[in-house]
Design a protein around this ligand. Structure first.
Ligand code: ANZ
Ligand code: ZN
Length: 820
């Protein structure tokens, strides 16, 4: 008999599915489903993380294919970005060389890995045919006032010579190279995502229950909506008005000083001459501190007294104004009223600077001035004039009323969310399609001139950042006639954040080759939004938020008919080794290629899915791909044996036994359907294993492999395995006499009559006391049940010599014997 060899099985099907276009959408009018895995960055070959993520997405796509849906499961490459540029500088090459070579490597690996994607829709964000539309979208945003430029202090990495987003700064250092981050002022492009802050929050109602709750929480927190008041404080008699943002206007009587962000313009405007030098030193030191450190509650409080006072509009009291690092320049108004009794950071500052503490909300706790612990909760107002006796909630409303009546304050909503800084002073990205003209200002490159392509003749050192984009130094490229007036002008030399590319790629999958439009409106309406999006939790905030923002903006432009891009989201777990993330420094990396060579694609894929529920981590030190391989061999041999046929060895084998196998098959299918919908992919594999064992047992019992119940079971196993281990499943299916492909063979119909429990537990009582329990067929006759009860050894022991005077039988559950 032939034996299972994963190498032979893989070789038989290699390239088959691509050639047969097995996974291309059918577009024949049936109901559609779209599954998208977050597209990979082509940094090198596939790794274990890809292997896990794509195995999970593939289960979903394949299940829907099996169920007869028309499934769009595309793939593409997030192919702009810094690593390509750094590699190009090192190798004196163009970033495209490195990028497209990596893509080819990854693509080969993906095809080997047997992912059920439609390769005809493959896209690369670095192709001019793609970024032409990224540029077009930028221009639509610009026309709607959603893209604009402004001067702003930015995080600057002196090593990479580029601007960094806040989230790219980790503990004050550049996320990529580790260099200490400093601040700079630059004129930068922004997307006005803040205009969508409310929509981004409120539309989360659509995602509730379909996205992981922690992702929703992270998004909510990132947007950070808080309601409160703006309160105006008059500085001295002739000074400016300083407006603060507070969520607790009820505590106004407890404000004992004010603090402005030390790095704000306001601090410079307010400081008296004799304090200026001190402030400047403080500001210099501050450049080295990250925002997260600045806000850390346990950070020692420092600051500079600006030498000025301002008047509390409710109490008329004069409050000293300080500058400190714990107040952020770009949150709220960059200035606060400090209420040390009820805000711990203010209290720490007050203690450090010996400033007064006044309790104004009685929460029943100890006076913060004594305890050193601020009481932040709600309570009853005290020491607060006309607010005395009110609850915090009522006092907030009342304080706002009073402020509004006086014209010195107003209720407001504040957001943590900032506009999206999208320009990068780097080469390998989508050029910003704008020309700067001395006379006309910012001019959009006319649509018919798109794409503005990257120069292809720069390489190596020419790509190195020099404080501005390398494009700015490419004279031939940057110099252009103004599209409006024809005078010499300059192209914008910044490129876009790669998050722009990835904010809309999913929509492009609907019509990836369309060269007349950003996407085909009908195709988008047909396929989108994405029914199942799959990717790592590291994208829980930015990528998802940006893609949601794009979708909403496009909806408002009338380009898409929905407001959320991803109906359901799955965050697959990580692949660990020895309980830790794989990393170069720990030396615990596992090479995917080696795993595939040793155990085979199917065994690795099966192991990924079997190890745990999809959202949990997989520890590669704890799994056994070799055992997965042995299981696949067992499954495969069922199909081999069915093909070989073989008359039953025991012709007397009861029909009941065949029925038991059939019922096991149908139960497995029914339970698997439910488990797949619930995302418990690992349990489906466990069920499949049980079914394989039950089938083998039946063959061994003498049923013979030609038994129709055995064939039915083997076919079900092939279909189930087609979700996890495509090569083995296809091989089995063809051995069972069917044309490929098993993934399109249809999900088996469940015969409900076979799901009925076939045995029940019957209770046997003697004189009303339970003396034995019996496993009996559910349809047992009264006579058979009585006979079985009488035959029970335990029962006989109790009866002994006594006479049975009466027998009550309630088949199939109960027998009661009455004795004398
Ligand atoms: C007075 C007050 C009294 C405050 C009190 C809190 C408690 P969220 O909820 O995060 O929006 N704040 C305002 N702007 C700030 C800035 N730029 N940097 C640091 N802190 C700032 O926080 C709003 C509260 O954080 C505001 O309410 C303000 O302190 C502070 F018992 O005002 B509060
Ligand atoms: Zn001009």
């Amino acid at each position: 008999d032939a034996e299972y060899s994963f190498r032979e099985v893989e070789a038989r099907w290699a390239g088959y599915w691509e050639a047969a276009r097995t996974y291309a959408p059918l577009e024949d009018g049936r109901e559609r489903r779209t599954v998208v895995d977050m597209f990979p960055y082509p940094s090198g070959d596939l790794h274990m993380g890809h292997a896990e993520a794509f195995a999970m997405g593939d289960v979903k796509a394949r299940h829907w294919m099996q169920q007869g849906y028309d499934v769009l499961h595309p793939i593409g490459w997030d192919s702009f970005g810094l690593p390509a540029e750094n590699a190009a500088i090192k190798r004196n090459a163009h970033p495209a060389e490195w990028t497209y070579a990596n893509i080819q490597t990854q693509k080969n690996s993906f095809q080997r890995y047997g992912i059920a994607v439609d390769w005809d829709r493959e896209l690369h964000t670095s192709d001019p045919e793609y970024y032409r539309w990224t540029q077009w979208l930028f221009q639509q945003f610009y026309k709607r006032g959603l893209a604009y430029r402004k001067d702003s202090p930015v995080n600057w990495c002196p090593q990479d010579q580029t601007v960094l987003a806040n989230e790219q700064v980790v503990d004050g250092a550049c996320e990529r190279c580790g260099a200490e981050v400093t601040k700079r002022t630059l004129n930068q492009w922004y997307f006005k995502i803040t205009e969508y802050a409310d929509a981004l929050l409120d539309d989360m109602a659509q995602l509730e229950g379909c996205w992981p709750e922690r992702v929703l929480a992270m998004q909510r927190n990132w947007i950070g909506r808080s309601t409160g008041a703006h309160v105006d404080f008059q500085v001295d008699a002739d000074g400016p008005v300083v407006t603060v943002f507070t969520t607790r206007p009820d505590t106004l009587f407890g404000a004992t000083f004010m603090v402005v962000a030390a790095d704000s313009q306001l601090a410079l405007d307010l400081v008296t001459e004799d304090r200026r030098a001190e402030l400047e030193v403080y500001r210099e030191d501050l450049k080295k501190v990250s925002e997260i450190e600045r806000q850390a509650t346990d950070r020692t409080k420092t600051g500079v007294d600006l030498g000025r006072t301002a008047v509390n509009p409710l109490t008329g009291q004069s409050l000293p104004i300080w500058a400190s690092d714990y107040v952020l320049a770009d949150y709220g108004t960059g200035a606060i009223m400090a209420v040390p009794a009820h805000d711990q950071r203010d209290l720490d500052f007050a203690r450090a600077m010996d400033l007064p503490v006044r309790m104004v909300v009685d929460t029943g706790e100890e006076d913060p001035a004594v305890s050193g612990v601020a009481t932040a909760g709600e309570g009853i107002l005290v020491n607060s004039g006309e607010l005395d006796g009110l609850t915090s909630t009522d006092a907030i409303a009342r304080a706002i009323e009073i402020l509004e009546a006086k014209g010195t304050g107003r209720g407001t909503t504040n957001y943590r969310l900032r506009d999206w800084l999208l320009s990068r002073q780097r080469f390998w990205g989508t050029p910003i399609p704008v020309v700067h003209c001395e006379d006309c200002g910012e001019v959009l490159v006319p649509e018919e001139q798109l794409p503005v392509t990257l120069p292809t003749d720069l390489k190596g050192e020419q790509l190195a950042p020099k404080g501005q984009s390398p494009l700015a130094a490419a004279n031939a490229w940057v110099t252009v006639d103004c599209p409006d007036c024809g005078k010499p002008a300059r192209r914008d030399s910044d490129t876009m954040d790669t998050f722009v590319d990835s904010s809309w790629y999913v929509l492009r999958y609907a019509s990836p080759r369309d060269d007349t439009a950003v996407f085909d409106a009908q195709a988008v309406a047909d396929w989108m939004p994405v029914d199942q999006y799959v990717g790592g939790v590291e994208h829980a905030i930015l990528h998802l938020l940006y893609a949601r923002f794009f979708t909403k903006a496009l909806h408002d432009m009338g380009l898409v008919p929905f407001t959320e891009p991803f109906t359901a989201l799955l965050n697959q777990g990580q692949v660990l080794n020895g309980g830790k993330a794989m990393s170069k420094s720990l030396g615990n990396g596992v090479d995917l290629g080696e795993q595939l060579d040793t155990f085979g694609v199917d065994a690795v894929r099966l192991t990924m899915v079997f190890a745990s529920p999809p959202e949990d981590d997989v520890d590669w030190a704890d799994v056994a791909p070799a055992a997965a391989g042995r299981f696949l061999a067992r499954a495969w041999r069922l199909a081999r044996d069915v093909r070989a046929g073989g008359a039953p060895v025991r012709a007397d084998l009861s029909a009941a036994e065949a029925t038991a196998l059939r019922s096991a098959t149908h139960k497995t299918i029914a339970e698997s359907s439910k488990l797949l919908d619930e995302g418990k992919f690992n349990v489906v594999i466990a069920k499949t294993m049980e079914l394989v064992n039950a089938t083998r047992k039946e063959i061994d019992n003498g049923a013979g492999a030609a038994d129709p119940a055995v064939r039915e079971a083997a076919e079900a196993v092939a279909k189930l395995l087609s979700l996890f281990s495509p090569y083995t499943a296809e091989d089995m299916w063809v051995m069972l006499g069917h044309p490929p492909s098993v993934v399109r063979s249809g999900w088996p119909e469940v015969d409900e009559s076979l799901l009925v429990e076939d045995t029940v537990t019957a209770v046997v009582q003697v004189k009303g006391k339970v003396r034995d329990t019996l496993e009996v067929p559910a349809d047992i006759s009264e006579a058979d049940l009585e006979a079985a009860a009488r035959a029970s050894e335990k029962v006989q022991r109790f009866i002994g010599d006594a006479e049975i005077v009466k027998v009550i039988v309630r088949a199939p559950k109960l027998v009661n014997l009455v004795i004398r």
